[in-house]
Each structure stands twice: as C-alpha cells, then as structure tokens.
Design a protein around this ligand. Structure first.
Ligand SMILES: NC(=O)c1ccc[n+]([C@@H]2O[C@H](COP(=O)([O-])OP(=O)(O)OC[C@H]3O[C@@H](n4cnc5c(N)ncnc54)[C@H](O)[C@@H]3O)[C@@H](O)[C@H]2O)c1
Length: 267
C-alpha cells in the first residue's frame, strides 16, 4: 500500500475545521496527524467532532506542530487576520498549504506564490471549495462577455468577519477579465444611506454583502440588459458541500510544485 498523506488541520475546532476533520477521517489515503486550535487544547479532536477518539490531541501552535511532526499538507480554516502568516509558516517549514480561509489580498497572494515557487512546494488557495460555486463563477465570467451591467449579492451567516466574501471578490475578478467596465451608462447616483449601493470594484461591479443568522454561504450574480435579466445563483446549505473540493485539494497539492489560486484550476 502507498504511503498515506499526512494532514494537519489549523482551526480544527471551527465550523469548517470540524467538517474537514470528519472528511479526512473518512478517506483511506489520508491520515490526520495534527489538529491545531486555540480552544480545547489537549482534548482529543475525534471526541469533539464525532464523539469517538481518533488519538489526535488538539495543540495550540501551528509552528510547534510543523517543527515537531511529519506533516505533508496543512489545511487552514482559521480567520483572515492569521491566514497570511500561517501560509508563510507552512511553506517555510516544508509543508504544502490548502487554504480555505478568506481575506488574502492580491499582494499577499503574489508573495505566497513566489514563496511556494522558491520552496518548490505545491500550494492551493481557494476562496470557495464548493464545486457548484466554482461553476457559478465560471458561468458568470462567461455571461460578463454579453452583459454590460451586473451586480453581485452574497449572503453569509452573521459570524463571518470579512466582507465582501472571497468568492464575491474572485467572481468579480473573473468577470473583469471579460469586461473592463460595467454599468457605464448608469445615471449619476445619490445614496441617502451611505453604502446603499454596496462596495464597488475597479471595474464598477457593485457587491452587496448580507449577514444573517441561518445562512451558510450563498451568492447571486445578476446580469441586466434591455428587457431581460439573467440570475446565476449558488447555495451552500451545509458545510459538507465544501468537502469534496478540500479532499481534492489535499491530494492535488501533493502532485504539483507550484501555487494555484482557485479550485477551478484543478477541476
Ligand atoms: N474556502 C471556502 O470554501 C470557505 C468556506 C467556508 C468558510 N470559509 C472561510 O474559512 C474561515 C473559517 O470559517 P469558519 O466558519 O470555520 O470559522 P470559525 O470561527 O468557526 O472557525 C475558526 C477557528 O479558528 C480557530 N483559531 C482562531 N485563532 C487561531 C489560532 N491562532 N490558531 C489556531 N486556530 C485558531 C478558532 O478557535 C476557531 O475554532 C473563514 O475565513 C471563512 O470565511 C471558506
């Protein structure tokens, strides 16, 4: 039998982290070797996630885990303030990052790309691991060629820290590759309440971020033209929707020695 891929999960006790632990434990070719979180230190992550021991105790330092354990891949679902430093730490210590945490800026992505190339290590950053969401982005890029007006509405749970979502930013970037400026012919606008028209990208795509309890991750891209509208919508009703993409990402970074941004590039 071939060697299993040794995986660590950073942010293991979070909503996404727990789903990732379950998904890894269900795959025969993956071995969970470390669970990192600042909560529940010393507890068995299996007990927390599935009410059964998996003999991996939660540790509170990613750096320490990387320096003391043999780790092939680190999956990170922590928070936007940590993700850049965590990804650097992973590459600097010879492991391969699979990053789901959103909030990385373009210059940080550029820096991480250089570091992964310098270290000759595969790396994946994906603002959305749900295959349906990736298709929504690809279809929106295609539609952008034919519609000169478009707006994005993204809806998430009310504990999401960053806005707009990484998915909305990535969607707008892909649409902008097809059209440099949207809504050129709109009339001059006045906002009675500041922010009513949402955040505006350089290509003049308006992005509206909704934060409500009960939601997980949803996005609508609305294209408008004379006499017609096209709405492209994706809903993640459960975090399980992200898991096939995460598992694919873990396997994929072991086969490459470069940096990939976006799940669409490995499907
Ligand atoms: N790429 C995707 O498909 C996708 C999907 C859903 C969420 N996300 C993103 O993933 C991130 C996490 O989302 P979530 O809903 O699981 O959040 P969450 O708040 O439930 O989980 C974050 C976890 O990180 C832990 N943490 C905080 N500081 C830490 C540190 N210094 N070291 C280790 N762990 C630490 C927290 O204790 C918590 O358990 C967010 O940025 C979110 O936007 C991405």
């Amino acid at each position: 039998m071939t060697n299993k891929i040794k995986v660590a999960v950073s942010g293991a006790c979070g909503k996404m982290g727990q789903a990732v632990i379950k998904a890894i434990n269900a795959e025969a070719d993956l071995e969970l070797v470390s669970a990192i979180d600042i909560t529940n230190t010393g507890k068995d992550i299996g007990e927390i996630v599935e009410n059964k021991s998996c003999d991996v105790l939660i540790e509170n330092s990613l750096e320490n885990a990387l320096k003391t354990k043999e780790i092939d891949v680190v999956v990170d679902f922590t928070n936007p303030d940590l993700v850049f430093e965590n990804t650097k730490l992973i590459l600097e210590n010879g492991a391969r990052p699979v990053i789901g945490t959103t909030g990385l800026t373009e210059s940080q992505l550029e820096e991480l790309k250089k570091l992964s190339e310098q270290k000759i290590l595969g790396a994946l950053v994906a603002p959305n691991f749900a295959v349906g969401a990736v298709l929504m982005m690809m279809f929106s890029q295609k539609a952008a060629k034919y519609f000169s007006n478009a707006e994005i509405i993204e809806l998430h749970h009310n504990n999401k820290k960053d806005a707009p979502s990484g998915t909305a930013i990535k969607t707008a970037q892909l649409m902008t590759q097809e059209r440099a400026e949207f809504g050129k012919d709109n009339c001059p606008e006045v906002e009675t309440y500041k922010g009513s028209r949402g955040g505006v990208t350089e290509s003049n795509i308006h992005i509206h971020s909704v934060r409500l309890p009960g939601f997980i991750a949803h996005q609508e891209v609305i294209f408008g033209a004379a006499g017609q509208a096209l709405t492209i919508r994706h809903d993640s009703f459960d975090r399980i929707s992200f898991m096939p993409g995460v598992i694919l990402g873990i396997r994929h970074v072991m086969t490459i020695d470069s940096f990939v941004y976006g799940l669409e590039n490995i499907l």
